[in-house]
Write a protein that binds this ligand. Sequence first.
Ligand SMILES: CC(C)(COP(=O)(O)OP(=O)(O)OC[C@H]1O[C@@H](n2cnc3c(N)ncnc32)[C@H](O)[C@@H]1OP(=O)(O)O)[C@@H](O)C(=O)NCCC(=O)NCCS
Length: 300
Amino acid sequence: MIIRKLEKKDLQETAKFCRMNMEFDSMPDFLFEEKTFLDDDFDPEIALIAEEDNQIIGFMMGVVRTLQTGKCGYIKLMAVKSDRRREGFASKLYDVIHEKFIKLGCERERIYESHPNYFMPGIDPRYTEAICFVERKGFKKFGDTSNLLCDLVTQDFSTDKEEQKLIDYKLIVKRAESKDLEATLEFLKNDFAAWVPEVTRAFQNDPISVHICIQESKVVGFSAYDTNNLNTGWFGPMGTSPTLRGKNIGGILLKRCLADQKVQGHQFAIIPWVGPIPFYMHYCNSKLQRVFWRYEKLLN
Ligand SMILES: CC(C)(COP(=O)(O)OP(=O)(O)OC[C@H]1O[C@@H](n2cnc3c(N)ncnc32)[C@H](O)[C@@H]1OP(=O)(O)O)[C@@H](O)C(=O)NCCC(=O)NCCS
């Protein structure tokens, strides 16, 4: 067995390997590329293939993010060939990545939730072998989160009448334009600083996949989609100024994004890593789709 770095030429084969060995997920080539080479923090030293006779047996990718609380190393993707499990492949790949995390000064490690470019917000516990694996490696469960699923086909997301009512409060809702980027980031800085990278990314989409609410030329609310896991129906993030909650701004902004996603041809929108479940249930009848367990290991 050799361990080697993931290279561009491996993209299709490794994406296929993930598709075949992660039974609850699909991993199209474009998504695998986004998760790996297109991650701003992609480090080839910690995107590793375990290989035997030129066949991929295992794949594990780590990524390091610099957070306000210090550096965190994430295991972002991992899979071992289904008929070669429990032979130590994941352990060998993990050992290399773990050593590198320590060398790079990480204070903690987490599993999968490598915001803003992440595949899933934790481990879907139906991957029970993965739960066993990370607990064996000393990770502790510290919480859970979930994704909601919104049926786009059966619902109408028009908001014209609701938007009229907002005008009484001098509130204008519209799709963001390039010139709105600065004002949107200014708004995010106050209440939603963690989402600056995702929303900035959404401004690069065509059309810009951000809707905003403006009051007296200030942004007071936003919603976005296609900010992560692009072209999979991924919704969010979204937020309304705390002083203006309860006026239906969030509901309208949410529906504007869902309407766009429906036009894109998606049957479902995924509302990840929630959050206010009753809010989404109320406005778009979204239901719990998947649960994720969150794990952490402290390195100091
Ligand atoms: C999770 C996964 C990557 C582990 O790969 P692996 O090569 O089988 O792992 P290892 O052989 O290195 O296992 C190391 C330790 O983890 C634990 N472990 C792994 N699989 C286990 C299982 N099926 N049952 C109990 N413990 C298990 C054991 O403690 C094991 O050590 P031991 O064999 O000495 O007791 C693999 O099961 C897999 O690809 N699963 C599907 C994809 C997946 O779940 N990805 C993560 C999605 S969130």
